[in-house]
Design a protein around this ligand. Structure first.
Ligand SMILES: NC(=O)c1ccc[n+]([C@@H]2O[C@H](COP(=O)([O-])OP(=O)(O)OC[C@H]3O[C@@H](n4cnc5c(N)ncnc54)[C@H](O)[C@@H]3O)[C@@H](O)[C@H]2O)c1
Length: 248
């Protein structure tokens, strides 16, 4: 069934070179949206998707922790499609290490990619969304921000908790402009980020803890992101939505 929910809407998905971001961006394309795939890594499989939707999608190479890149990405997106209706702050990185082994640079790197990126992209889409009196922002936090990470370090858990605070704050700051800001907290999801961390042992231990008994796919996270950015969830703002198979 074709879903036309997002016809004429323009969406920026950060970190859409792989994993959750890529699945989300493809779902928006299949739902009629104009989609900006924004990532610091260019990947052939993503460029192939874009080639099959030439009038509806573009790839912008951008490091979303860099303000100059963010400003030009957003201007480019607006010039190409004429509006920016939805922003998905999905880009993220991780470091798995004990705090005592965490260098100051590692800490800053995680905060820049996971939190500053969210701040910068949100800051620079606000003028466009305010002008339109319409906007939907979905931030990708994590179960680690709600609780703690099983496999990653304190920098990651702290960065994801910051996104929850940012979401709550921005939802109240932007509500009067008809801009909704929500966040999702996925548990472990089958993506390259997780694959790099999972040993057989960790996976086995994890599966025992998940009440639904399996590790979710990126598409299952993408479905909730699309819902939170659709007009079906217009009365939701400041919500932090768990997608965790019952783990928390
Ligand atoms: N996979 C999981 O288990 C899981 C669970 C909860 C939350 N998350 C969160 O979901 C989001 C997506 O993760 P994923 O698992 O799909 O990972 P992934 O590594 O497959 O994808 C992340 C993408 O973000 C891009 N990226 C990172 N920093 C960037 C920057 N500064 N500028 C532009 N692009 C940047 C990477 O190049 C990559 O393409 C992240 O925020 C992650 O923390 C993942």
């Amino acid at each position: 069934m074709i879903d036309y929910r997002f016809n004429d809407k323009t969406v920026i998905v950060t970190g859409s070179g792989s994993g959750i971001g890529k699945s989300t961006a493809i779902k928006y394309l299949n739902s009629g949206a104009n989609v900006v795939f924004a990532s610091k890594t260019e990947r052939e499989d993503v460029l192939d998707v874009i080639k099959s939707f030439p009038s509806k999608s573009i790839f912008i190479k951008a490091d979303v922790s860099d303000e100059g890149d963010v400003e030009s990405m957003i201007k480019h997106a607006f010039n190409r499609f004429g509006s920016i209706d939805i922003l998905v702050n999905n880009a993220g990185v991780s470091k798995g290490m004990l705090l005592e082994d965490t260098a100051s640079n590692d800490w800053d790197w995680v905060m820049a990619n996971n939190v500053k990126s969210c701040f910068l992209c949100t800051k620079h889409v606000i003028p466009f969304m305010k002008n339109q009196r319409y906007g939907k922002i979905v931030n990708v936090s994590s179960i680690a921000g709600r609780d703690k990470s099983m496999v990653l370090g304190a920098s990651y858990s702290t960065s994801k908790a910051a996104i929850i605070g940012f979401t709550r704050h921005m939802s109240s700051e932007l509500a009067k402009f008809n801009i909704n800001v929500n966040a999702v907290c996925p548990s472990q999801t089958k993506t390259p980020l997780l694959d790099a961390l999972l040993t057989e042992e960790i996976e086995e231990a994890l599966l025992k803890k998940i009440p639904l008994g399996y590790i979710q796919s990126p598409d299952q996270v993408a479905n909730v992101i699309l819902f939170l950015s659709s007009d079906e969830s217009n009365y939701m703002t400041g919500s932090i939505v768990d997608i965790n198979g019952g783990l928390l």
